[in-house]
Write a protein that binds this ligand. Structure first.
Ligand code: HEM
Length: 244
């Protein structure tokens, strides 16, 4: 068998046929191709991220369709679930974090100029913010609402408020993933070196703080200021920042 992949079972049961276990196992390098005993983990974390991000993209696209049809409850449900999947993926970055840098370099030798930056699902995810935001703004427009008004009366706008929070969670978990990934990079190659693409690894750090939906974060500052202005008309200061 080429590369000697570890293939378990014989593929004959209904479970194996449905899951397509034989084909699945063969998508991974076998022991004779591994740079070392860490490579199966490295390849598995990447391959499973591609599959899970496919689910995240489907959920985000479906959420946008539901928003366009004013089905806010299901849109919020799918966006929140997508956020939980991204959170789970960020958690799974703990596994490669324990690869010793010296051992990772042996795997890295086989990557060519390959980089996670070329991940097709990750690239698609970076583009998904625009249609999601357009769908969300469409809902606000039809409801003659603003994110500020929704935040200042969450109980009176329950469905819109829950949707706004689902958008924020999606954004938050994506930034968390990027932050966790930056931590992996710091642990394994360092933040003072160039990536295989010749980009400083430290450039990943600023992405970890760049929101897909900046106004969904800025409204929280405005809500604090609005509350302060209403209940403390004499002022009190200290609440206004450059981000409002
Ligand atoms: C094991 C140690 C890892 C190292 C040293 C590493 C290193 C890097 C570096 C340096 C970049 C910057 C892009 C470039 O190459 O120019 C990058 C980007 C990326 N990597 Fe990794 N990576 C690691 C693990 C992972 C894992 C396990 C995943 C996925 C499960 C992953 C997914 C990505 C993605 C999606 C990007 C683009 C990130 C962004 O734009 O914020 N990486 N990686």
């Amino acid at each position: 068998m080429p590369g000697n992949p570890q293939v378990y079972g014989d593929g004959s049961t209904d479970y194996e046929k449905y899951i397509r276990t034989q084909e699945l196992f063969k998508l991974q390098k076998g022991p004779s191709e591994w740079a070392n005993e860490e490579e199966l983990l490295f390849q598995s974390v990447h391959q499973s991220m591609e599959i899970w991000l496919k689910v995240v993209i489907q959920h985000a696209e479906q959420a946008a369709k539901w928003m366009e049809g004013d089905n806010l409850r299901d849109a919020a449900r799918f966006l929140t679930r997508a956020a939980r999947i991204i959170e789970f993926l960020a958690g799974s970055l703990k596994f490669p974090m324990s690869i010793a840098p010296w051992d990772y370099h042996k795997i890295r030798m086989g990557l060519g100029k390959g980089s996670g930056q070329e991940s097709p699902t990750f690239s698609r995810l970076l583009d998904i913010g625009k249609p999601l935001l357009a769908a969300f703004e469409g809902v606000l427009k039809r409801r003659k609402a603003t994110v500020d008004a929704v935040h200042q009366d969450p109980a009176g706008n329950r469905d819109l408020y829950d949707l706004t929070i689902a958008m924020a969670e999606f954004d938050q978990e994506f930034m968390h993933w990027r932050y966790r990934h930056f931590q992996v990079v710091k642990r394994i190659i360092g933040d003072g070196v160039l990536s295989l693409k010749g980009i400083p690894a430290s450039s990943l750090e600023k992405h970890a703080n760049s929101a897909m939906f900046p106004d969904i974060w800025a409204v929280i500052n405005r809500t604090t200021n609005a509350y302060n202005a209403k209940y403390r008309p004499q002022g009190g200061g200290g609440y206004t920042t450059a981000k409002t």
